[in-house]
Each structure stands twice: as C-alpha cells, then as structure tokens.
Design a protein around this ligand. Structure first.
Ligand code: 4AD
Length: 510
C-alpha cells in the first residue's frame, strides 16, 4: 500500500484519497463533524457529513477523542479559507485506536515543567512540529552546503581522552582503566584538524557535551555542533566561509519553510536582510560599541536598550489593561461554557506574556548597567551580546580577541601576542553567539607554550602535536551550535524547544 500524505493534497484536487493520521482537533454538531487531521506532513480539515459519509461514519467520527488514530477516505476539495488551502469531504472513517480521554496537552496555557515532563506528547503540538520541520530543513541544507563544496564529512569520537574547550565543563566517565577517565566530547575540532590534514576540507556534525550547571535560555548540556576544518585557510577565509554558510542555511529555511515560519509567527526581517554583508568588527571596537562610546549607523547600544525598556513598560501597561478587561468579563453572570473557556484562555495567555515582559523589565536595567560597566579584556556575557546585536539586522563578526580569554589552540597575531585570530558570529536582534571559530596555532613551540599556560596534560595532547610535527600548515575552522541556529531562526525564547528531547541540568526525562 502506498500512503498519501496531507502535504501532497494539491496533487489530488478533485480526486479521492485515503489519509492516515491523528485527530488534532474536533467539533461536531447534529449531522456533521469537523476533524482536523495531522499526519506529520501537515494539517487538514476533514468534513464528515451524514449526506456524504452516512450515519455509521458520522457516529464513528463523533466518538473520536483528541489524538485518536484514524484513516479517512474522501474527496479533496480546494478551499482557500482552510489551512493549506484544501479540505477533505469524507466518505469513510476507519479507527486504528481511540485515545484515552483527557489528553494532557490542551489548548490552554501550560507551565514549562508540565510541558517538558510531557515532551513525548508536546512534540505533536503544531508549534513544536513547525520547529522540528525547520530543524530538519536546516540539517539537510548544512550537509548540502558542505557536500556541494567538496568537504568530506567525518565523525569525531564522542568518548575522548582530552579536553578541547577548557576543563571546567567536562563530563567524565570511569570505564576504561582505573586511572583513565573518558570524557564526553566538548567539541570534535581536534579530530577534525587531524582529518583535515588527511582530506583537505572536512566537517563533523555530532553531539557535544558541556557539564555546566547554569540554567540559561541558550545552554544545553548536550547539543549538536557543525565543525568544519580547512587546511590552508586563514582567519579571513574562515570568516568568508562562515558568512556563506549561514546565509545559505537561513535562505534555504526561508524558501522551504514559509508555512512553518508563519505558524511560529516569526518576524521575517532576519530572512529578508540575510543577503546583506555581515559586518566585521574587532573585539576592541565591539567593546566601545557595548559601552555606548561608539555608534553604529547613528545608533547607540545603551540608548537602544533604554528605548527597549520604555517599550516593554508600555506593553506591560497595555497587557494589564487587557487582562483587567477579560477578568471582568469572566465575572459576568450566565456565561456559556465556551465563553468561560475563551476568556479564561485569554487571561492565562496574558498572564504568561506579562510574566515574560516583567522579566524583561527587571533584566534590561541590569543589561544596561553591565554593558556600561563592561571591563575591556573580559569575555562577553549574554547581556553584552544583546547590547551589540540589537544594533544590527544581520549577523555580526567580532574578531581579534584578547588571548587570555580564548582557547589554547587559537593562533596569536604575529605582530601582537595579546590577541588571537579568533572570531565569534553574533546573531542579530539581541540574540548573540551562534558560531565560534579561529585560525589554529600551527607552530609546535607556541602550541607547547599554550598547553603549559592552560595547565593541560601534555601527554594527552601528544597526538595533536604530531599534526604540527608532520606537515604543519596554516588551517582554520569553526563550530556552529545547531540548536542556537534553530533557536534564532525560529525565534523561540528557549533553546529547549529546538531539539526533540533536550538535555540540560536537571532534565534527563523523558
Ligand atoms: O565557542 P565554542 O565553545 O567553540 C568550540 O567548541 C570550538 N571547538 C569550535 C571550533 O572551532 N571547531 O562553541 C561553538 C558554538 C557556540 O558558538 C555556540 O553556538 C555553541 O557551540 N554552544 C552551545 N550551544 C548550546 N549549548 C551550549 N552549552 C553551548 N556551548 C556552545
């Protein structure tokens, strides 16, 4: 049997098809039932009328609960008022299984913990479905981008014997020998470097782990990273590649996932602006911008944040007024059940929105203080990245970082030892870092010095030093946090929604 999917309904206009899926929504009255069916490829309304489907099928349709699984046969009708532009006029309903009543996830607002505990079911909701479709589209685009440019995909090991990104965020496991600790990989970079010396241009795309106990909206303890590594590339070539790559993936998602972006109500400015060149600024200039001492196209970071704060206060006042209105409506006598549900939903939604806005109202003054008082030489915090990226519509490169705050493998400038040839790409609209990359140190003596300075165990890096002993060449690469990219493109406020089963401190189930 060949299955027909909802996304292909346009090909079957006027014809008869059988769809297989789950009930995402239902209403019925008298001689008709309206079922919203989802099958993973899309959503469609199916009309089950006694005149076309008969009493028995209508009775079956009426028995269906949310998430019941069915197959349904009918005629495909064009209807521009319907989602997807099509509707199914049903002639036959077959039941695979009737779902228990009280499906835990309803239309009303749920708390985050509740949703995360029910992640296995939450994934079926339309917003989550749209996010996963975008994730998949981006994943395919990433492979296409590199494969079309003759990069060789390589898989870095997940169990490793040495650290790549500092020793403070290592997950350790005692498995091999009594005195030998295995770590979960923080990055596939060092192995990508080795493979680049064999294959020229490579990329690894795998799970990476950071044991950080901090809970932020942008950190996972397990995330996926795309890490290309290229022999004979310098920092500028690295930045050119990052720019082409990010533009390619974002453009593909814009082209192929318009419906999903609409479902998420994503502001599309980002996608329209992506063709413009990404500005490249040095760390020192970025610091001046963050502190409000240098303007970008007439815009000042601190003034911009102050304007954001004023806008948040104005929205809070508006939402509070709306909340008071709906709370009053709820008090009215003789309301119908539907009206009570509707008003209660509005109240819940507004309360949730207000909670987020009040967080912003509390946070922005702290961001302003932290940006104004930023100490040159420090790494950027989320608030500093926010200050700078609020000024741009496109991602911005910050390069030439102070040596002490960057990883041991980054190459220092020949004329200034205080800076490394490292680069971060910060996504606009206040989002922040999505890429970290650099030209690598290719001089064995300097690399040895760095390993000592960073207090790393020399023995564990012997194999890595071999890459400098045998045919060392300039080379560069970068790492893009896949969930950060999906988060930015989908516009969701927390990274946990960008991966099917997120892992962050405290979350191991489901
Ligand atoms: O800047 P990072 O730590 O760089 C590296 O790991 C390099 N070895 C990459 C390379 O040059 N091959 O991490 C790179 C990116 C960050 O820009 C961010 O997007 C993402 O990985 N990232 C995280 N994403 C989610 N949760 C976390 N805890 C993350 N830590 C880093």
């Amino acid at each position: 049997m060949e299955l027909t999917y909802i996304k292909d309904l346009p090909k079957h206009e006027g014809g008869k098809v059988t769809l297989h899926g789950w009930i995402a929504n239902k209403r019925s009255s008298g001689k008709v039932a309206f079922l919203v069916l989802r099958d993973g490829s899309g959503f469609v309304q199916c009309v089950v009328e006694v005149t076309t489907a008969g009493e028995e099928n209508l009775e079956r349709a009426k028995r269906l609960t949310l998430e019941s699984a069915i197959s349904i046969t009918g005629t495909v009708r064009k209807d521009d008022n319907q989602e997807g532009g099509y509707e199914l006029q049903a002639t036959d309903v077959h039941i695979y299984s009737i779902a228990d009543e009280n499906y835990p996830i309803g239309k009303k607002e749920h708390g985050v913990d509740f949703l995360m505990n029910n992640r296995h079911l939450w994934l079926r909701s339309k917003r989550q479905w749209a996010i996963m479709k975008i994730r998949n589209c981006a994943l395919y685009a990433i492979h296409r981008f590199f494969q079309e440019r003759d990069f060789v995909q390589m898989d870095s090991p997940i169990l490793t014997g040495n650290a790549c990104e500092g020793t403070t965020t290592l997950f350790d496991t005692q498995f091999y020998k009594e005195d030998q600790v295995a770590y979960l990989s923080q990055s596939g970079q060092l192995y990508a470097e080795a493979t680049a010396m064999a294959m020229g241009k490579v990329y690894t795309f795998g799970p990476t782990f950071r044991a950080e106990k901090s809970l932020t909206p942008r950190h996972l303890s397990e995330f996926w990273m795309i890490e290309p590594e290229m022999a004979f590339y310098d920092l500028e070539m690295d930045m050119n590649l990052i720019e082409d790559f990010v533009r390619y993936v974002v453009s593909e998602v814009y082209e192929k996932c318009r419906t999903e972006l609409e479902t998420l109500e994503r502001n599309l400015t980002l996608f329209e602006a992506i063709k413009q060149p990404f500005p490249r600024i040095t760390y020192d200039d970025a610091v001046l911008i963050i502190k409000g001492k240098k303007e970008v196209n007439g815009k000042n970071a601190i003034v911009q944040l102050e304007a954001d704060l004023a806008a948040v206060h104005a929205t809070i006042a508006e939402k509070n007024a709306a909340l008071a209105e709906y709370e009053e409506k709820l008090q009215a006598k003789g309301l119908k059940k539907g009206e009570i549900n509707h008003f209660q939903n509005k109240v819940d939604t507004l309360k949730n929105e207000l909670k987020k806005l009040e967080d912003d109202a509390r946070n922005i003054p702290q961001w302003i203080a932290s940006a104004s008082n930023f100490v040159p030489g420090d790494d950027f915090g989320a608030s500093d990245e926010k200050a700078i990226t609020r000024l741009f519509d496109v991602p911005v490169f910050v390069y030439k970082w102070p040596s002490p705050i960057k990883a041991f493998y980054m190459k220092r400038y020949e004329d200034d030892d205080n800076y490394v040839k490292g680069v971060d790409l910060l996504a606009p609209e206040g989002f922040g870092e999505i890429v970290g990359g650099s030209q690598r140190e290719d001089d064995i003596e300097k690399l040895l010095e760095r390993i000592k300075e960073h207090d790393l165990p020399l023995e564990a890096f012997e194999w890595y030093l071999d890459l400098r002993r045998f045919g060392s060449v300039p080379h560069a690469g970068f790492g893009l946090g896949f969930e950060r990219l999906v988060m930015w493109m989908t516009g969701v406020s927390h990274i946990r929604e960008t991966i099917p089963f997120p892992r962050y401190y405290g979350r191991l189930f489901p």
